[in-house]
Design a protein around this ligand. Structure first.
Ligand SMILES: *[C@@H]1O[C@H](CO)[C@@H](O)[C@H](O)[C@H]1NC(C)=O
Ligand SMILES: *[C@@H]1O[C@H](CO)[C@@H](O)[C@H](O)[C@H]1NC(C)=O
Ligand SMILES: *[C@@H]1O[C@H](CO)[C@@H](O)[C@H](O)[C@H]1NC(C)=O
Ligand SMILES: *[C@@H]1O[C@H](CO)[C@@H](O)[C@H](O)[C@H]1NC(C)=O
Ligand SMILES: *[C@@H]1O[C@H](CO)[C@@H](O)[C@H](O)[C@H]1NC(C)=O
Ligand SMILES: *[C@@H]1O[C@H](CO)[C@@H](O)[C@H](O)[C@H]1NC(C)=O
Ligand SMILES: *[C@@H]1O[C@H](CO)[C@@H](O)[C@H](O)[C@H]1NC(C)=O
Ligand SMILES: *[C@@H]1O[C@H](CO)[C@@H](O)[C@H](O)[C@H]1NC(C)=O
Length: 650
């Protein structure tokens, strides 16, 4: 990775001395939660003082805007509101959320004066949300009153610079979201640290860290055409979904809106056209051979994949589920990042979604003056990429589709709270613009992926539940998984997925659910959560305000509840690599639910209305539009997890 390094000016110590007779009080701005467990990252030496690092200071958006954001989105999303459906333009969103100029000036002055950097060398990004500059580790340690250490991941061979805590002047704390490198590390090649004692490994598997590809099994047998409904407890086909959720395909020649394509996010996983062809030929009579998504390539992402044996289980699944539900409406594929970054950037990146959000929402994008662009120069891919896509990072080049389905994610504990809150605000802004976002709730029940946190994927000493992200963000709709159990039919209620045999590498599969440690219960959900606790109180001790480090509780009693809805997510028929198989995962549930919302938007557009946009307030105030899932649990962390119950449950 190449960074243009700023020539640091010779320190004009006399100015500093003059301006700093009394040291300002500093406060801890972020602190690593040591009780959460270190995961796979092993702490190493102090970083050499002369190593130059790219520094990013995330500025808090207008505090007035942040306070009002919830009321803004509720105003246009709650069905009882007079302004329901009156979505904002992207310009209105940028204007409403920009940080106050005085806040920017004060933070710039602090950096400039303390490090003696001319203010013109501190880049302020176009959307007003970030400051960017380069500094030596030595200077940064004194600016933030901290020490940087190298960390190493034995599994992937990745190296990272991070600190356990850092400080900022107390009066600026309210202006700053977070700083990288900080508690959130920046990744570097070991060679840049001049340290070679760590053995380098290889990046394991495709895709961003934490994301779980759906699990695949050989199918028991091909369902018999015309008799598929008899075997939906073994293989879920488009006909099974139609019976479960009471819809029919649109007529082949139906007129659909040119502005209602369904967006699907993919990264490091690629569909194969030949597999789509086999699927449509065998399981639908109404989808022509050759039907494919429209590619909106983000920063060099390309699909389909030519080599059938490298077809991706996630991408194939998403399109085989979505297209039969919405056809002749089209799908739009947001294939994100060039191959180098999509496959892990040779161990240099662990960020997710930022390059995608940049591409569909220009206001989220950031630029810098040194040939680096983007929100976080190291965690997120930087473009142009010498190993791949040679263009500039894409910013606001695609108008987002009305509905977007995302089957990727990590655990909350993998990223600092500030990082997630910041990204969550961006999801809220997309909601203001009328975009509905659906995210898979994760496949490890109340826990996380084994090894992420404690050995069993849970927090603290392996007992505390580990919520997933980004779906803990209240401003998107997250989707858990249901199943038709053996011997049951599509005419009976479904149950939550528990599949102890589960994923061959990552333990049992159960539908992700629980309570966020970062985000409080949003207003639209509070009554549903209160009813659940009142009528079906889970048998576990709990804590409040995400403070799992300071009590014996297993879950956060006042966190945002996960998931919002559910849809089938086991034994899904697919073709993969030329073979008929079944797959399971909440990865399947998200595109199913999202596709049904595309159908609802289709009808609204026909009636001269806009898309539904952020749909949760409508769903929570009209729960009878959903099937209530009352059977099943989501085991994890050595417990049965939470139990399904009448009404909302986690
Ligand atoms: C689709 O969107 C375009 C541009 O946003 C607009 O000009 C056109 O009227 C829309 N078409 C329909 C059918 O809504
Ligand atoms: C599925 O479709 C493909 C054509 O795309 C065909 O070659 C194959 O035989 C079909 N499989 C079954 C089991 O019908
Ligand atoms: C579908 O199209 C592909 C490519 O054009 C072709 O090779 C294949 O035979 C077609 N399959 C069917 C069932 O028509
Ligand atoms: C297709 O992919 C497989 C698996 O990665 C590989 O073994 C094979 O060599 C590839 N075939 C071609 C023609 O590239
Ligand atoms: C990837 O990392 C390895 C080990 O650090 C290094 O030898 C190799 O040159 C890197 N490849 C690229 C394309 O940067
Ligand atoms: C627990 O973690 C929270 C959030 O990281 C922190 O504010 C608090 O001080 C911690 N409490 C203890 C007892 O360590
Ligand atoms: C984990 O910690 C809790 C309280 O701190 C304790 O009750 C429990 O026994 C511990 N569990 C294990 C497996 O050590
Ligand atoms: C209820 O869920 C359990 C798994 O938790 C499953 O074994 C059982 O078959 C389900 N019952 C029905 C009626 O679906």
């Amino acid at each position: 990775m190449h960074f243009a390094i700023l020539p640091l000016l010779a320190a004009t110590t006399f100015e500093l001395a003059a301006g700093r007779a009394v040291p300002e009080p500093h406060t801890v701005h972020e602190k690593r939660d040591v009780t959460a467990g270190t995961g796979r990252w092993a702490k190493g030496n102090r970083v050499a003082s002369n190593v130059k690092v790219p520094v990013r200071v995330g500025l808090k958006q207008s505090s007035e805007a942040l306070e009002r954001a919830e009321s803004w989105i509720m105003e246009i999303s709650h069905p009882a509101s007079e302004k329901f459906g009156q979505h904002w333009t992207s310009e209105e969103v940028v204007e409403a959320f920009r940080p106050a100029s005085e806040a920017v000036d004060e933070v710039v002055a602090w950096i400039s004066e303390t490090l003696s950097i001319p203010t013109k060398h501190i880049t302020h990004t176009d959307n007003k949300a970030w400051l960017a500059f380069d500094a030596s580790v030595d200077d940064l340690e004194s600016l933030l009153q901290t020490e940087y250490h190298e960390h190493h991941d034995e599994t992937t061979g990745r190296s990272m610079i991070t600190c356990d805590e850092y400080h900022v002047p107390s009066h600026l704390s309210g202006h700053i979201d977070y700083i990288t490198p900080g508690v959130k590390g920046i990744q570097v090649h070991s060679s840049e640290l001049k340290k070679r004692s760590w053995k380098s490994g290889h990046h394991g598997g495709h895709g961003p860290s934490g994301w779980q590809p759906p699990k695949t099994r050989p199918a028991p047998h091909m369902p018999k055409p015309g008799n598929e409904l008899a075997t939906c407890d073994q293989v879920i086909t488009p006909a099974c979904l139609q019976a479960l959720y009471h819809f029919k395909p649109l007529p082949k020649n139906a007129v659909v809106s040119p502005n209602n394509s369904m967006g699907i996010f993919e990264e490091g996983d690629f569909y194969a056209q030949q597999d789509l062809n086999s699927f449509f030929t065998n399981f639908t009579s109404y989808i022509p051979n050759g039907t494919h998504p429209t590619l909106d390539s983000v920063d060099g992402g390309l699909a389909p994949i030519a080599n059938l044996s490298e077809a991706g289980g996630e991408s194939n699944l998403d399109f085989m589920l979505a297209i039969p539900i919405i056809y002749p409406q089209t799908t739009t594929l947001y294939q994100t990042d060039d191959l180098y970054y999509a496959e892990g950037g040779n161990g240099t990146t662990s960020g997710i979604f930022n390059t995608f959000l940049d591409a569909i929402d220009g206001s989220y994008c950031t630029y810098s003056a040194y040939g680096e662009t983007g929100d976080d120069a190291v965690l997120d891919p930087t473009y142009p990429d010498p190993n791949g896509y040679q263009g500039q990072r894409m910013c606001g080049v695609y108008k987002p589709t009305n509905v977007i389905s995302i089957s990727y994610g990590e655990q909350e504990q993998d990223l600092p709270a500030y990082y997630q809150q910041r990204q969550c605000n961006e999801f809220l802004k997309l909601g203001l613009q009328g975009v509905s976002i659906f995210v898979a709730s994760g496949d490890t029940g109340v826990g996380g992926i084994p090894g992420d946190g404690a050995a069993n994927g849970c927090l603290k000493n392996g007992t505390v539940f580990s919520p997933t992200q980004p779906n803990s963000c209240p401003w998107l709709t997250n989707v858990g998984a249901t199943k038709v159990y053996p011997g049951r039919t599509v005419y009976e209620p479904e149950s939550a997925v528990v599949d102890p045999a589960g994923h061959p590498y990552r333990g049992a599969y159960s539908s992700g659910g629980g309570f966020s440690n970062i985000f409080p219960i949003p207003s639209y959900q509070s009554s549903a959560v209160a009813t659940y606790f009142a009528d079906h109180n889970p048998p576990y001790p709990y804590y409040f305000n995400g403070q799992y480090n300071s009590s014996d509780g297993l879950y956060n009693r006042n966190g945002r509840g996960i998931p919002d809805v559910a849809a089938n997510g086991d034994n899904i028929a697919v073709y993969l690599g030329g073979k008929f198989k079944t797959e399971g995962g909440t990865s399947a549930s998200s595109p199913i639910f999202a596709a049904l919302v595309v159908r609802i938007n289709e009808e609204r557009i026909k009636a001269g209305k806009g898309p539904v946009g952020f749909i949760n307030p409508t769903l929570y105030s009209h729960p009878y539009v959903l099937n209530d899932i009352v059977n099943g649990t989501n085991p994890g962390c050595g417990t049965d997890g939470f139990s399904c119950a009448p009404g909302w449950d986690p």
